[in-house]
Design a protein around this ligand. Structure first.
Ligand code: HEC
Length: 152
């Protein structure tokens, strides 16, 4: 009994050790996967509004409000995944995101401010103001992608 408990304890400690090691090794790859997942959701909730923003589909204020609220939260999420430790991973992020981290952060901060303004506009009920704020967010996405994302 005692012996098997010790053996079980040892096995637990060893497997925990292996798990920790595996987690440490997988971390940069996991960070890349997570930041890409957040960006994918940006695409889902932002680009899908474009036909309405461009007047090519009937305007639905409730969908704008919902998506803008999602984006305001999403806009805070990806940035801790862009660490220099991930520079060696395969991704669409250009090396400048790490070598010019101040410019990258400025683009991220500017985007977060525009996302907050967009969410505020959707609460105001003025369609034109919402569309103007949408364009400002789109510009903030593009500004960062132009400098820091490899062309697809
Ligand atoms: C401060 C920089 C920055 C901002 C702002 C930004 N992005 Fe990105 N985005 C990136 C980078 C860098 C990548 C490449 C990520 C990677 O592969 O590591 C990316 C990737 C993506 C992708 C591809 C995700 C995938 O499947 O791999 C989509 C879609 C996307 N962004 C949409 C958006 C939208 C929509 C906005 C604005 C609402 C936005 N992004 C704002 C930097 C930014």
């Amino acid at each position: 009994m005692k012996k098997s408990l010790v053996a079980a304890g040892l096995a637990l400690i060893m497997s925990a050790g292996f798990t920790l090691e595996a987690a440490a090794q997988a971390r940069p790859a996991a960070l890349v996967k997570q930041r890409q997942a957040v960006m994918t959701l940006h695409g889902k909730y932002f680009y899908s509004l474009r036909p309405m923003a461009d007047g090519k589909a009937p305007y639905d204020a409730a969908i704008f409000a919902r998506n803008a609220a999602f984006l305001e939260v999403l806009s805070k999420m990806p940035w801790d995944g862009f660490t220099p430790a991930t520079a060696g991973e395969k991704s669409a992020t250009l090396p400048e995101a790490y070598s010019d981290a101040a410019k990258f952060k400025a683009a991220a901060d500017n985007y977060q401010a525009e996302a907050a303004k967009f969410a505020a506009a959707t609460k105001g009920g003025n369609e034109q103001a919402v569309k103007t704020a949408y364009s400002a967010v789109a510009k903030a996405c593009d500004t960062c992608h132009d400098s820091f994302r490899a062309k697809p």
